[in-house]
Write a protein of this length. Structure first.
Length: 359
């Protein structure tokens, strides 16, 4: 039996779970108050605080660390990596501590996993990091040589959904050509082809979402950026946290928006339909990368539980390929099953090498 500890740090919580093979033993989400987090100048300083909480939670559920055979963490903001598993090593710990792509709580996951695993002589992995970049070269080109499109999005959930489809249809992931849309606080759309995440429309350039603006008319955005009204930080917060549905209604919960629609709010209905249309446009644009030869379109993430929203998307794209709905994010299970494949020898973990300004 393989017993794995799963670690998924977020900005205001640390979610952990233990799996015995495919069976969930427990899952716990530890919430961190703003007062707790504000004690630390930067994310790296939270290392001991979060590590202690993880070990205390294992003790709470009577799980001895010595019984673990592996640890899997959410991947932090590393430089571009391939999809799949990477064994956490000293290079990865250095990268996440001193030179991540950006500051985010997920950077702590692999650092904590490495420390706990090293003490017990067991392996630690990350799986399908946010920064997976396997995009076809032709999809990375933009109209400015200084700017290239980057692979960054909800890779963990989207690849898990694609692999679930493959298994249900008795195919391998490599043999399927799928468009997967992750519908959550942020929305991203990806093309899975020939065993790669061949293209991805990230939540900074694609559909708007409950919290994010998605792609915007660039001339108007430039005018706003140089108006003097915004700093870099305030404008980033506007487009990343206070955009989309939040900008129109001051809420980021689509269930509440559907409540407004059910009460007869025509503006809410219009905005929701516009978000669904944007998702459908993203799906259609990914389909053309594969010349329209798509086996299926998968809608996943929290909003995929909504029959209203998925129907609005489905009726616009089902002429391209059959639409399959896998509601929820399933991040903990995706991490656990990815690590289990490595521990069972069904998949090989890759080796990460640090990237510095000199390399």
């Amino acid at each position: 039996m393989e017993r794995q500890l799963i670690i998924n740090p977020g900005s205001t919580s640390t979610k952990i779970a233990v799996y015995d093979d495919e069976v969930l033993v427990f899952v716990e989400s530890i919430t961190h108050s703003s007062e707790e987090i504000s004690k630390y100048d930067n994310i790296a300083d939270q290392y001991e605080f979060r590590k202690h909480l993880i070990l205390s939670t294992l003790e709470k559920f009577s799980i001895k660390p010595e019984s673990l055979t592996g640890i899997v963490s959410r991947g932090g903001l590393l430089p571009p990596v391939e999809a799949g598993a990477y064994q956490v090593n000293e290079d990865m710990v250095w990268q996440l501590r001193y030179a991540p792509q950006n500051e985010h709580a997920s950077n702590l996951g692999a650092i904590i996993a490495h420390a706990i695993a090293k003490e017990r002589g067991i392996p630690a992995f990350i799986y399908d990091a946010v920064t997976v970049d396997e995009m076809l070269l032709v999809t990375k080109i933009t109209g400015l040589p200084e700017i290239i499109r980057k692979g960054m999005g909800h890779n963990l959930n989207m690849r898990a959904a694609a692999m679930k489809y493959a298994a249900e249809n008795r195919k391998t992931y490599k043999d399927c050509t799928l468009v997967v849309a992750h519908l959550g606080g942020g929305i991203s759309v990806s093309l899975h082809m020939d065993g790669l995440v061949a293209d991805i429309i990230s939540d900074e350039e694609g559909p708007f979402s409950p919290e994010r603006t998605g792609g915007l008319p660039i001339f108007q955005l430039i005018k706003m950026a140089v108006s003097g009204e915004y700093t870099y930080q305030s404008l980033m917060k506007k487009v990343k946290n206070n955009g989309g549905i939040m900008a129109y209604f001051g809420i980021n919960d689509t269930r509440k928006l559907e409540g407004l629609i059910n009460a007869g709010n025509e503006k809410a209905k219009l905005i929701y339909e516009a978000m669904a249309l944007n998702v459908a446009k993203g799906i259609a644009s990914e389909a053309v990368v594969a010349y329209g030869n798509i086996d299926g379109i998968i809608l996943t993430g929290g909003i995929a539980y909504s029959k209203l929203f998925t129907q609005m998307v489905k009726e616009r794209v089902e002429s391209i390929a059959p639409v399959i709905i896998y509601g929820g994010e399933n991040e903990m299970e995706s991490l656990a099953f990815g690590g289990l494949r490595v521990l069972r020898g069904q998949e090989e973990a890759k080796t990460f090498k640090k990237v510095t300004n000199e390399t």
